[in-house]
Design a protein around this ligand. Structure first.
Ligand code: MLC
Ligand code: AMP
Length: 514
């Protein structure tokens, strides 16, 4: 597989296709615009500043900031050095952040002044990590350090095997793991998606996703950069702002919640999206009903695709051809998907089993967790996704469930084990089981089923549990409801019967608003 365009530093791959320096890359809020010329000069200034801080190839640059054009330039600066960009969800609490700091051992930490990181004694607790700030307006000590730096930087070379990003993902056991994605993993996926989704020189992406996860960073930004076109860059998803931007955009990417929220707006009509050519959905299952309602309202069949932090995108419904509601489409070119039984033996067409994938997009491994990495790969290189499904006679993949105990709420993954561990440590709690139940806005939402210990003075109520968890966990992981029971059902093996709990409490959030 030598000589592929993505077997090099990904910034070099992007830069080879950059349009004229005056062409726009980002149109942000408040009229902030970044041209491709400024992509080159701004990322060079930042790369020079980072090198001045002592950042070298392989160093981790940990980032917890609001979404801004400048954080994209910081990402590109890291790529240019072959340093590793480690973005973190802005919702993480100090307790979560301390784990990431000790695990990733960053050379540089860039955070918003309001981030909990800013109040941690980095020098004392994490010696070796330097702190710089970057606020939502793109201002801060990092920007000051970059001002006046040379606008030229010789981008690092290599064959693309350097680790471009580490993204943390939780798991069914233990603490979050850092998924290491190389320049080649990400570059190959960007080149593939650009082609598969028919990006043209006229395309404008409406970017309303967060930039600290695979969807907003890899699927959206990398593909735009590989295409050398522009994006309208909004700080977050807001129905009114999206409606106002649709007439200038041609493509939007989102989680299913974006599309159900748009359907909730009477102003979302065929006319409102007359300028759009493509709506893409992923990160969580898109209900066939939502797909159909969206088609009827807008005239657009949402293109659903399937990916993971560890793999970027694996499958996609076609641009031309049938976009099948309820399916995530066939594997993308160059990527293989198979469905296997418990012994990793391939199953026949239509049979339900574990989904595995293989291709240049599949990550390099978990940061400093070789055993976990080995566990998740088959001997022949297929990666075990933890998703359950089947492949039909046309090669389309259907996801019907998950082998991993995972809740996907509004596109964010919540691993029950992590929440249960926190709940079980609270005063007055016996044990807990965390499940996902249907939620009109988030698709699924987190609910905790809990017993009281009954052996002390503390008799916790729902509000106590929620308030205590909010100090430990990002708010989207905190249960929307806590149900107290006398006993948690277990099978003869002693395993919690989560299926029974999901069935019993499936309607508990039926009328919940966002
Ligand atoms: C926010 N809240 C959520 C939540 N988002 N709760 C559960 N699930 C969510 N997804 C909580 C907040 O903590 C807050 O709680 C309250 O809801 C309101 O917060 P908000 O900030 O006003 O919410 P909003 O801005 O409306 O955010 C909802 C959203 C956002 C859907 C726009 O969650 C979002 O952008 N999701 C996209 C996630 C994403 O990018 N996933 C890609 C992962 S990559 P409180 O208690 O404080 O009031 C991946 C790979 C792949 O999966 O295939 O793409
Ligand atoms: P993450 O760890 O955030 O990368 O989430 C990856 C998981 O999201 C996958 O393993 C799937 O379970 C789920 N996922 C992503 N896209 C889809 C989709 N289109 N349909 C169903 N599940 C999806």
């Amino acid at each position: 597989m030598s000589g592929e365009v993505w077997q090099q530093n990904m910034y070099r791959m992007f830069a080879d296709g950059f349009p004229s320096p005056s062409a726009h890359f980002i149109e942000g809020t408040g009229g902030r615009k970044i041209t491709y010329g400024e992509v080159e000069s701004g990322s060079a200034r930042l790369a020079n500043a980072l090198v001045g801080f002592g950042v070298v190839e392989g160093d981790r640059v940990m980032v917890q900031t609001h979404k801004s054009p400048e954080v994209v330039l910081l990402y590109l600066a890291c790529l240019r050095i072959n340093a590793t960009f480690v973005p973190l969800n802005t919702a993480y609490t100090e307790a979560e952040l301390r784990y990431f700091l000790s695990d990733a051992e960053p050379r540089l930490v860039v955070c918003d002044p309001a981030s909990p990181i800013a109040s941690i004694d980095l020098a004392g607790d994490y010696p070796g990590a330097r702190l710089e700030t970057l606020d939502a307006e793109g201002q801060g000590s990092l920007t000051e350090a970059a001002t006046g730096q040379p606008e030229i930087f010789v981008t690092a070379g290599g064959d693309g095997s350097a680790i471009a990003c580490i993204l943390y993902t939780s798991g069914t056991t233990g603490r979050p793991k850092g998924a290491m994605l190389s320049h080649s993993n990400l570059g190959s996926n960007a080149a593939t998606l650009r082609e598969a989704w028919g990006f043209t020189a006229d395309d404008v992406l409406l970017h309303v996703l967060p930039v600290f996860h695979a969807h907003g960073l890899f699927v959206a930004i990398n593909t735009v950069l590989a295409n050398g076109t522009s994006m309208i860059f909004l700080p977050r998803f807001d129905v009114g702002d999206v409606l106002a931007s649709l007439p200038r955009a041609s493509i939007m990417m989102g989680v299913p919640t974006f599309y159900t929220r748009l359907l909730g707006a009477a102003e979302f009509t065929r006319e409102a999206c007359a300028h759009m050519r493509l709506f893409i959905s992923g990160s969580a299952p898109l209900l066939a009903e939502v797909h159909d309602e969206f088609s009827a309202r807008s005239g657009h069949a949402i293109l659903e695709r399937y990916g993971m932090t560890e793999t970027a995108m694996n499958t996609s419904n076609p641009l031309d051809g049938a976009r099948v509601p309820g399916s995530v489409g066939p594997p993308l070119p160059g990527i293989e998907a198979r469905v296997v039984d418990d012994d990793d033996k391939a199953l026949a067409t239509g049979e339900v089993g574990a989904i595995q994938v293989r291709g240049p997009n599949v990550f390099t491994g978990y940061w400093r967790k070789p055993d976990k990495t080995a566990e998740d790969f088959c001997a022949d290189g297929f990666f075990k996704t933890g998703d359950v499904g089947y492949i039909d006679e046309h090669g389309y993949v259907f996801i019907v469930g998950r082998a991993k105990d995972l809740v996907i709420s509004g596109g964010y993954n919540v691993y029950p084990k992590e929440v249960e561990t926190c709940i079980d440590e609270l005063d007055g709690i016996g044990e807990s089981a965390v499940i996902g139940v249907p939620h009109a806005d988030f698709g699924e939402a987190v609910v905790a089923v809990v017993t009281r210990a009954g052996d002390g003075n503390a008799v916790p109520e729902q509000t106590d549990v929620i308030a205590a968890l909010k100090t430990q966990l990002a708010a989207y992981k905190v249960p929307k409801a806590v149900v107290f029971v006398d006993e948690i059902p277990r099978n003869v093996m002693g395993k919690v019967e989560k299926g029974k709990l999901r069935e019993a409490y499936q309607g508990i959030l039926a009328s919940a608003a966002t």
